[in-house]
Design a protein around this ligand. Structure first.
Ligand code: ZN
Length: 392
């Protein structure tokens, strides 16, 4: 996967959800963008990408317009002015949040508590991600938002705040209510929500809500045929399914890296399946510990190992989900379409309870990595946990 995804160069390249996007651009052109706005939609629908593009559109120093033949004006951005280019630097949000969290880990305990994870690509643009380890938006972050919102913009027409998730601590949610009710004329607050139901009804009722949908697999396949014609059709079909409705993810999908990570994830499955057969007295092959050991040995500490580990865990999660789809009797929904026969065999060999426990172990590993991004994960210990999750 592309580690620093670029933003689409213009709105024509933002795939999907055209009516919603057009209405927001029309509102900006007319100076009527809601001051409190929820962008709702599933992961991969492009909420953050769109939020950043809208931010550039509001803040752009050139204020370009696309004019339609019916006289309608849609606001857009130049992508080059001092405001656009600074806002663009927030495109690789995940990396920046990881860096901010890692920097905080280095602080003394007393300072850690007061350090908020905030991304500020431009003096007037503040991006507020959920704060690890709980992954909730915290009171301190909302307090900073409120403080900034009451200042006039410094270098751009407006101050814009993007909350990248809807999950908030109770005090944070209560505290944001007031500013959502009467936001300053010069401020816009955007909340990105996978699940609008996570927000207090009182927050929802104070915001305009715009909904984005994930793209159907067929639409992503067409997009890939158009933009990445060099990729063979069979691989395009696979990428379309693996990117789970996310156009941006599909366009930058590195199938080779994914396949490598997945091959390692399969060693976990093979090992666990062998352990199950052993424990039930089957005369299956011995668990191949040396293959597992050779694989985990290639995962080293440090940033590169970290990235490789994340890719491995992501591939493993997709494999588990696919096995559940097979068990549920819906094999047509499997994303790793090229591995369907092999996954069916694993789904038969490994009991449902094992898949459940493996999913749980995976969640714990993710939580652990969020708490301490610098610590390298012990894949051997993880594999041991998976293999022992089978005792009847
Ligand atoms: Zn610009």
């Amino acid at each position: 996967m592309n580690p620093s995804p670029a933003l689409p160069a213009n709105f024509n390249e933002f795939v999907g959800n055209a009516p919603a996007v057009d209405s927001l651009r029309t509102a900006i052109a007319a100076g009527r963008l809601p001051h409190s706005l929820i962008l709702a939609g599933p992961a991969g629908a492009g909420k953050y990408t769109l939020a950043l593009m809208l931010t550039m559109t509001v803040e752009c120093l050139r204020q370009p317009r696309d004019l339609w033949s019916n006289g309608q004006a849609l606001a857009t951005f130049c992508g080059n002015c001092a405001n656009c280019s600074r806002i663009l630097t927030a495109a690789n949000l995940e990396e920046q949040v990881a860096a901010a969290v890692a920097a905080r880990e280095e602080l003394r305990e007393t300072d850690k508590k007061d350090t908020r994870v905030l991304i500020q690509p431009h003096p007037d643009v503040l991006i507020i991600p959920p704060d690890p380890p709980q992954l909730l938006i915290k009171l301190g972050q909302v307090r900073t938002l409120i403080q900034h919102a009451h200042y006039l913009p410094a270098e751009a027409p407006r101050r814009i705040f993007i909350l990248t998730a809807a999950s908030m601590m109770k005090e944070a949610a209560n505290s944001i209510l007031k500013i959502l009710e009467e936001p300053p004329e010069t401020a816009h607050i955007l909340i990105l929500a996978e699940n609008v139901g996570e927000l207090l009804p009182t927050i929802r009722s104070r915001c305009a809500i715009v909904r984005l949908g994930a793209l159907p697999v067929e639409e992503i396949e067409m997009l890939l045929a158009d933009r990445r014609p060099e990729v063979p059709p069979q691989q395009r079909a696979l990428i379309a399914r693996l990117s789970q409705g996310a156009a941006g993810r599909a366009l930058s999908f590195d199938l080779e890296a994914y396949t490598a990570a997945r091959a390692d994830a399969i060693i976990f499955l093979r090992n666990a399946a062998a352990a199950v057969q052993e424990s039930t007295g089957g005369r299956a092959a011995e668990p191949d510990h040396s293959a597992l050991f050779k694989m985990t040995e290639t995962y080293r500490a440090g940033a590169e190992g970290q990235q490789k580990t994340v890719a491995l865990l992501r591939a493993f999660a997709l494999l588990l989900e696919d096995m559940l789809l097979i068990e549920a009797g819906t094999p047509e929904l499997v994303r790793n379409t090229d591995l369907r026969p092999e996954l069916t065999r694993f789904a038969q060999a490994l009991p449902f309870r094992w898949i459940e426990q493996a999913t749980h172990a995976l969640d714990q590993v993710h939580a652990g990595m969020r708490r301490n991004l610098l610590r390298s994960l012990s894949l051997d210990a993880f594999a041991g946990q998976l293999a022992s999750a089978v005792a009847p």
